[in-house]
Write a protein that binds this ligand. Structure first.
Ligand SMILES: Cc1ncc(COP(=O)(O)O)c(C=O)c1O
Length: 463
């Protein structure tokens, strides 16, 4: 493979997470992992099929609680990654109690039967979701729920085409990667779903319409252009906000919503990582005053323990009683539903959404102040407790500082703060929503110490 091809390969791997095959990973492992841990990692690598980003693994975990994970050597780290499942914190006592109680009575529900936790959860989600989003189906994972949404859109509209976004992620199954937009999932896998059209996402730092970091909303207008040209699109499918994070301007979803209505296309919003509080509201579309036709949630829905996702659809889209939309073995799993009900109760009773909004705003202020002190930071942005910091070589060109970002990540890890990089140079800060301001301040201190050190070693154009 040529150096250029190899570099392109590494860059596409960096789109979703940090590299698990880099020399810095190897150096970190050599300096921090003992023999017992290394033996476990070797066994993991021996028995699991290897795939990008996850295998070989970084370390071995033996416990978690609240904001923290604990590795096999007993080191506690603040987990600012958590795969976006840890809204209520790890091992949340209320969720554990609900699961334990449910395990003693009805741990599984055979198809053709229903059960109280599943009915209560469907009722609760219908009550919480905006507008007429009152009909629910569960699935044991986000990609599966996205698949149900795509099937429902086809059944409702009698059309099969979709418009989704480049760079998007909707899950790793074949249907989900067809509408996803990341090369790492799509490249070299053969034919994907037909009619899966892609458009540029609302990402002003890499905008083909040339809006140069101040979104001109031309990308929203372009969706209507494609809807009109195609003429028979079943659905526009997108993440309400992108986890990188990219947060579209306030008018963006209003424009897309109206365009969908004019062209008879459904709007499917994927809020799998962000619904249930991450951005400070129960559902992220609430920030935009827009109601999709189908809303898909997951991840934290299972209380940070169970794999559970849900499609919440407009009531009048219940049009396929004779067809199979999901039909998953665990589609009404009582334990998963009990966990979800307990997690939602926790969010409500502990006022976690208000805490997320207040602490998110405070943290963003701190990050922006840090940016003034450190030229390596090219941007700091976020919504609620979905926060990100972009490291750059040069604030004018915003050339990514990928090497520096990786160095910051491993130094932070050594000091007890775990986070993931995305797009190579973006530090993603996604803590449990139960984190206190003191804990957040400690995490930011670690981050700033590491940035200060790395800045000295990787001078930027701005210094
Ligand atoms: C936006 C988005 N959609 C869908 C998924 C897929 O969810 P799952 O891994 O549960 O299939 C993810 C997972 O990371 C996601 O971030």
């Amino acid at each position: 493979m040529s150096i250029d091809a190899r570099k392109q390969d590494l860059d596409s791997l960096r789109s979703e997470g940090d590299l698990n095959i880099s020399p810095r990973r190897a150096a970190w492992a050599a300096g921090h992992l003992d023999e017992a841990t290394q033996a476990l990692l070797d066994d993991d690598a021996r028995y699991f099929l290897h795939q990008s980003l996850s295998t070989p693994c970084l370390n071995v975990l033996r416990a978690c609680d609240g904001v923290y994970i604990e590795d096999h050597q007993g080191r506690r780290l603040m987990d600012f990654h958590g795969n976006w499942v840890h809204q209520v914190g790890f091992r949340n006592p209320r969720v554990i109690a609900a699961i334990t109680a449910q395990l003693q009575t009805l741990p599984f529900c055979t198809r053709r039967y229903t059960n109280v936790p599943a009915i209560d959860l469907a009722k609760k989600l219908a009550a919480l979701a905006p507008g007429a989003l009152n009909k629910v189906l569960f699935a044991p994972g986000g990609a599966l729920a996205m698949g149900m949404a795509l099937k429902l859109a086809r059944m409702v509209t009698g059309r099969f085409k979709t418009i989704s976004m480049w760079d998007a992620f909707h899950g790793a199954s074949l249907d989900a990667i067809s509408i996803g937009g990341e090369a790492i999932f799509r490249r070299g896998i053969g034919p994907l779903l037909p009619g899966a059209e892609h458009v540029p996402p609302p990402n002003p730092s890499n905008c083909p319409f040339g809006c140069e970091r101040a979104c001109s909303l031309q990308c929203a207008g372009y969706i209507e252009y494609v809807l009109e040209k195609e003429g028979d699109v079943a659905a526009v499918v997108a993440e309400t906000v992108r986890s990188t994070p990219y947060i579209p301007p306030p008018e963006y979803w209003q424009i897309v919503r109206e365009a969908c209505d004019r062209h008879g296309a459904l709007l499917i919003l994927d809020e799998i990582p962000h619904a249930l509080g991450r951005t400070g509201t129960m559902f992220t579309c609430e920030h935009y005053g827009v109601v999709p036709d189908i809303l898909v949630i997951g991840k934290g829905l299972g209380g940070g323990i169970f794999p559970l996702a849900a499609m919440i659809a407009r009531e009048d889209l219940d049009v396929a009683p004779g067809r199979a939309l999901g039909h998953y073995t665990h589609e009404k799993n009582p334990v998963a539903c009990a966990a979800a009900l307990a997690a939602i109760e926790f969010l409500e009773e502990e006022n976690i959404l208000a805490h997320t909004r207040a602490l998110g705003a405070w943290t963003l202020d701190q990050m922006q102040a840090m940016m003034e002190r450190h030229p390596l930071i090219g941007d700091a942005r976020g919504l609620g407790l979905m926060l990100g910091m972009e490291l750059v070589k040069d604030r004018t060109t915003m050339e990514p500082a990928t090497e520096a970002a990786e160095e910051v990540m491993y130094r932070a890890l050594a000091r007890g703060l775990s986070f993931k990089l995305t797009m190579g140079n973006i530090i993603l800060l996604v803590p449990a929503l139960t984190i206190t301001q003191e804990e957040m301040a400690r995490a930011l201190d670690i981050l700033e110490t590491c940035i200060t050190e790395v800045e000295a070693e990787f001078p930027t154009e701005n210094t």
